[in-house]
Design a protein around this ligand. Structure first.
Ligand code: ADP
Ligand code: MG
Length: 263
């Protein structure tokens, strides 16, 4: 088969296909090449983790595959649609309607309640469905255990509650894919487990997740882990499905693998 420009690289089983992704920052002298030709495919419903040392390009990769930044070269196809060919307005719309984002910090608006912060992007995505959006958000608040603090301000809740609120905000638009950059990076161990339990539950509901982390215990929750070094994928490990009782052995497996990579 001849692949011509515009022919989708994606099969229905793959939600995201990345080919030859490169990113160079020209703001430095000399320019810094941060991503050196990355090929990556994410299956629909997969939980993929990206690991690597600090500065290896994890965040840059996440930003380039989620339309937050533009790659210097290469192609990113989400649900068969080439993101690199979209205008800024089309990209904003695609991000709002098909992607969810969770960061290390919640980036909530200080003058709004937790509930209104969660509602805001979903109402922007589908303004004519305010009733359905509000009902969905109420369901998410209850599911993630923060209904009681929904009307609180963002300084009146704990770090764990705030991060669960970020998860609610990301899910409120019913995204096809969830991108998370170090979502537990600012949390202590017990709150980290709480947030990872929430992400694991979302994954079991068949939401596709791409998560950057430096925490091997978090990585052990994934179906597959890819390892970046100097902007290139140097290794990957498929972990597959798991049950509660296998969590510890799985963490050990990931740790041994990472040590072998010099992590
Ligand atoms: N806007 C920028 N301009 C120049 N260099 C950058 C910029 N953003 C990131 N970098 C560099 O790119 C490399 C990868 O950064 P990043 O993707 O944030 O790594 P990670 O998330 O793995 O820690 C680092 O060396 C960083 O200094
Ligand atoms: Mg980073």
């Amino acid at each position: 088969m001849t692949i011509t420009k515009g022919t989708p690289m994606t099969t229905p089983a793959d939600i995201l296909v990345v080919k030859g992704l490169e990113k160079t920052y020209f703001s430095t002298e000399p320019p810094t090449t941060v991503l050196q030709g990355i090929d990556l495919t994410v299956a629909t419903g997969e939980f993929l983790v990206v690991m690597g040392a600090s500065g290896s390009g994890k965040s840059t990769l996440l930003y380039c595959i989620s339309g937050m930044d533009r790659p210097t070269a290469g192609r990113v196809e989400l649900q068969g649609r080439d993101l690199t060919s979209l205008t800024d307005a089309q990209m904003s719309r695609a991000r709002l309607t098909t992607m969810g984002f969770i960061f290390q910090q919640a980036h909530f608006l200080a003058n709004l309640s937790i509930r209104d912060n969660i509602l805001l992007p979903a109402l922007k995505a589908t303004p004519k469905q305010a009733g359905a959006v509000t009902a969905r958000v109420d369901g998410l608040l209850a599911r993630f255990g923060i209904a009681a603090v929904a009307d609180h301000g963002i300084t009146q809740v704990s770090g764990g509650q705030l991060q669960r609120a970020s998860i609610c905000r990301a899910l409120a638009t019913e995204p096809a894919i969830l991108f998370a950059d170090e979502p537990t990076g600012a949390l202590n161990t017990s709150v980290t487990a709480e947030v990872m339990d929430a992400l694991t539950a979302i994954h079991r509901d068949k939401t596709t997740i791409v998560m950057v982390t430096h925490d091997p215990a978090c990585a052990a929750r994934a179906d597959r882990v890819v390892y970046l070094r100097d902007g290139a994928v140097v290794d990957a490990r498929a972990l597959g499905a798991w049950t509660e009782g296998e969590a510890r052995a799985r963490e050990d497996e990931v740790l041994v693998w990472l040590r072998g990579l010099g992590f």
